[in-house]
Design a protein around this ligand. Sequence first.
Ligand code: AMP
Length: 194
Amino acid sequence: MSRLVLLGPPGAGKGTQAARLAKSMSVPAVSTGDIFRRNVTEGTELGVAAKSYMDAGEYVPDSVTNTMVAERLREQDALDGFVLDGYPRTAEQVTELDRVLAGVGASLDRVVELTADFDEIVTRLTKRSTDQGRSDDTEGVVRHRLEVYAEQTAPLAAIYDDRGLLVRVNGMGDMDDVTVRLLDALGASGARGT
Ligand code: AMP
């Protein structure tokens, strides 16, 4: 029980919680946003392809994102498990993830949706913009990212719910409390310690 997806709006704390969950499960956290940002910083071809979309708060095209994730999930350290943070975000990415996992004889064990209040997120992310200098955390871009999330990614929860994989966890409040809630929810649904 070690292949997890973390769904949730930008600013719900997915990055922090994915890293903690991955550590507790001894699997890598795979964050598409982090991979894109690293490539932007290093000026790679992938980074150049992604940057304008990221700065505008748009999704990087599925063709680009899917290729990158397929390569990452076929790396040795991800074969026994992973926590995916920020992927899938579109219905097409859901299909591609199924295909990649089927290709290595695997499937998802759980999908956790971290829920969060949009007004609270705008406050959090604009603060992150000041603290970390992220160019996609200005208020206008944050609001647009939330709209894109509501339109394209929030509906994915229903797909995974229909498959019996979805667990919902309140992502608001203290980060340590959220981690406890997450581990409890996964334990209660059979994921912890297996
Ligand atoms: P994040 O750090 O997860 O909020 O991602 C930052 C930005 O990277 C997003 O606003 C998108 O522009 C891009 N990105 C990350 N993951 C994906 C994805 N699965 N599909 C498309 N674009 C993505």
